[in-house]
Design a protein around this ligand. Structure first.
Ligand code: PA5
Length: 451
């Protein structure tokens, strides 16, 4: 039984239930084409079967290696960008103590990230930190040629080798990459690094249930079997019924498209738990890269409440009426904390003294939802009983499947990302990459004519 629930009752001021139900026939067709591999991007459907296909041998290998890393490393650096970064970070941050980096005695390595930007300050400061700690790293790149992680890996590899010597450094590097192609695979083979494979038919943003996500999550000290178990639960549920009334994936995909058809072109994912910040970042990539093409697609945005009620709240309440919200609601926190009584009561808070913070947070959520609905912002709600490996596994599979179905409803290929090449072409031309001579000349002519 899945624990995740979805409801769209607070969207019914803007759409009718029938608008949602009208998608049923289309949705059935799209499940069928995903199953049979007849839709757009059908050479990238491996993610759909992943939860059942991760075998015991692979899980054990990941767990054993994670244990080795945990013993010898105070820090574990995850090098990657986009789909080779966000999934692991989303799950690790959601499960970690909010102040894990200060918590030196919990036995877990601190997970740091590199290669998700090209900032000189960020990378230099990271190297400085690594001078003082034992560390290992994983370099994750399916293509093996992505500029950002390649630069970071070059620097960290040099750092690791000068710190531990070439031989020891080798045992602290794990490469996660394509089976055959790519520079990283060649380097890993030549240097003798441990490697894991990203399956050919799984795109980066759908890869968190491969070693791309599973190794860092296991090194951080979390239970990858439970995580996979949650994904299996959701997969089995989705396969048991496609009915919008019973299947949250179908309902979410249908509702967001019904809203899109009414001019709601921006979806804001809302959390009330700061630990979910990176889950929203992962979701933004998944939906943005999958749907934003051919001049179509819902723009994925994210806010953290109540923090952003004091910044973005104004816009959401009264700005352009093209937004809807999807709240990820967590029913139960892990810890207990009550508002204390104060004899002076100068802040006037005694009326909530004795209440748990979660109750106050929950009332903020309910009050905000109603205010936004009154401000013509439809509100969808995904709720989970608590944040743990299993519910996160359910959420991941829920979001991935809904993304594929929703992309098919939009009639785009949800598994490619042709648009991300444009910036790369310009950057390579500006940097004078061999093979880009013509583009280099063109871009410098363009820049000088703009002066
Ligand atoms: O989802 C995607 O395909 C992208 O975000 C990639 O994951 C990202 O560009 C990194 O690619 P690679 O793993 O090849 O380095």
């Amino acid at each position: 039984m899945i624990d995740l629930k979805f409801d769209y009752i607070n969207a019914l001021d803007v759409i009718d239930q029938q608008d949602v139900i009208d998608f049923q026939k289309q949705i059935n067709t799209h499940y069928k084409s995903l199953k049979e591999g007849t839709g757009k991007g059908n050479d990238f459907l491996g993610w759909a079967e992943l939860p059942n296909e991760i075998n015991e041998e692979l899980i054990t290998k990941i767990e054993e290696l994670a244990e080795e890393i945990r013993i010898k490393s105070r820090i574990f650096v995850v090098i990657g960008i986009g789909g080779s970064y966000l999934g692991a970070r989303a799950i690790i941050e959601a499960l970690s103590n909010s102040f894990a980096q200060l918590n030196q005695n919990d036995g877990n390595p601190i997970i740091l990230y590199a290669g998700q930007n090209i900032s000189e300050d960020y990378t230099a400061e990271l190297l400085k930190v690594l001078d003082d700690y034992d560390y290992s790293l994983t370099v994750i790149s399916k293509s093996g040629t992505t500029t950002e992680p390649a630069i970071a890996f070059r620097l960290l590899k040099n750092h690791l080798e000068s710190k531990y010597g070439k031989l020891d450094a080798r045992d602290r590097i794990i490469a996660i990459t394509d089976k055959e192609r790519g520079a990283l695979k060649q380097l890993a083979d030549e240097e003798g690094y441990q490697t894991f494979i990203v399956p050919d038919d799984v795109g980066g943003r759908y890869s968190v249930l491969t070693p791309v996500g599973l190794l860092p999550i296991a090194v951080a000290g979390f239970n990858i079997r439970e995580f996979i178990g949650g994904a299996i639960k959701m997969k089995e549920h989705v396969e048991s019924t496609s009915y919008i009334a019973d299947n949250p994936v179908s309902a979410y995909a249908a509702t967001r498209n019904a809203l899109y058809n009414q001019g709601k072109t921006v979806e804001i994912t809302v959390n009330y738990e700061p630990k979910l910040f990176y889950l929203t970042e992962w979701w933004k990539q998944l939906y943005g890269e999958s749907e934003g093409k051919e001049n179509k697609g819902i723009f994925p945005a994210g806010v953290g409440f109540t923090t952003d009620l004091h910044s973005m709240g104004q816009y959401i309440q009264e700005g352009l009426r093209n937004v809807f919200e999807t709240v990820i609601s967590v029913e139960k926190p892990k810890r207990k904390l009550k508002v204390p009584v104060d004899s002076k009561n100068l802040d006037g808070l005694n009326y909530i003294a004795g209440k748990r913070l979660h109750e106050v947070n929950h009332m903020a959520e309910t009050g905000t939802t109603l205010a936004h609905v009154d401000g013509e912002v439809p509100n969808l709600r995904i709720s989970i009983p608590e944040i743990n490996e299993n519910t996160l596994g359910q959420l991941v599979y829920f979001y991935e499947m809904a993304c594929a179905i929703s992309g098919y409803i939009l009639d785009v290929n949800p598994f490619d990302q042709p648009g991300v090449e444009a910036y790369k072409k310009n950057m390579f031309a500006l940097l004078g990459k061999p093979g880009f001579e013509k583009e280099t000349e063109e871009i410098y002519n363009r820049l000088s004519s703009e002066k």
